[in-house]
Ligand binder design. Sequence first.
Ligand code: AFP
Length: 342
Amino acid sequence: MSNKEIVLLNQFVGEKTELHGDDPKAMLKILTAVEKASTNVHRTINKAGLEDILGAAGSENVQGEQVQKLDLFANEQFIENLKGTGYIAAIASEENEEIITLNETGEYLFATDPLDGSSNIDVNISVGTIFSVFKRTRKGTPKKEEFNRYGHEQILAGYVLYGTSTVLVYTCGHGVHSFTFDTKTNTFALTNASIKTPEKGNIFSINEGNYNTLEKGVQDYISYCKELNEKGKRTHTARFMGSLVADFHRNMLKGGIFIYPATADAPKGRLRLLYECNPIAMIAEQAGGIATWGAERLLAIKAEEIHQRTPFFTGSKEMMEKALSFLTKESEYRIQESEKIS
Ligand code: AFP
């Protein structure tokens, strides 16, 4: 093993102020809180099976999904640590129907899915935390409507992937940087600055269990991915873990496309705009990829409510362009949404 120079997350954020927007001090505080919360989540997830932390907590969240004990633990960690910064006015979390006020004088809003993919925890598959930060446009008691913002207004977006190692990835609009958790020192160290996703790729990630309920354009794209080349060999490979952060992270590094379109069960898509798709879309764009809801840039959508869902297509430029070329203009959902944006 080589002895390369170690740059810790707080050092990187503190020193490279030009990469951290208008208020680098606030970004440092917020990212340090995210680091602390995700360190606790990492430790607890790693004890899954040994302690009574697996399984359902016995309630449903606002999406009607079974809340897992670890969902609640992760939610508490982010709330507690962000409260301590003084910078966050309110949090919109997947786990809470209403926003949670942290500090009325805080200048920022935080949206999060504290533990995405949590239905996978019991079977030891990677999960993630996804987060997004907006600057407030008003002062005083935070209101839920303040979260109704365009994705392109995010000033910080990121995720933590609790995988074979735990990795924190973020952008403040000046490149995507990733840090790996060192279990010996309990710190996150820089492992990849200014990540760029390959322009081409061959991984397609979609839940094909939904195939028969998908619009024809998406079905046709899936068939295209399954075509063989002139030598009779496959042209693409399929990967879908059911854990957005893990699926996206792999595709960003290797080149691929992730699709969660509208389905019969979820006519507006399954994933949440504010705290799943927006942050991932900002990372995707910053890495040189594309993110859309099917017709236009995802970051051009203005949220109408905190738990809003959206269809989501993101990935490497060439794969995305090909996929979008299959989508017909006739999709009713797309026509309605396009009208709202234009
Ligand atoms: P859970 O957090 O309920 O496990 O959902 C995970 C998720 O939001 C996202 O991470 C996956 O890509 C997607 O749902 C999987 O949904 P399907 O089970 O419908 O494929």
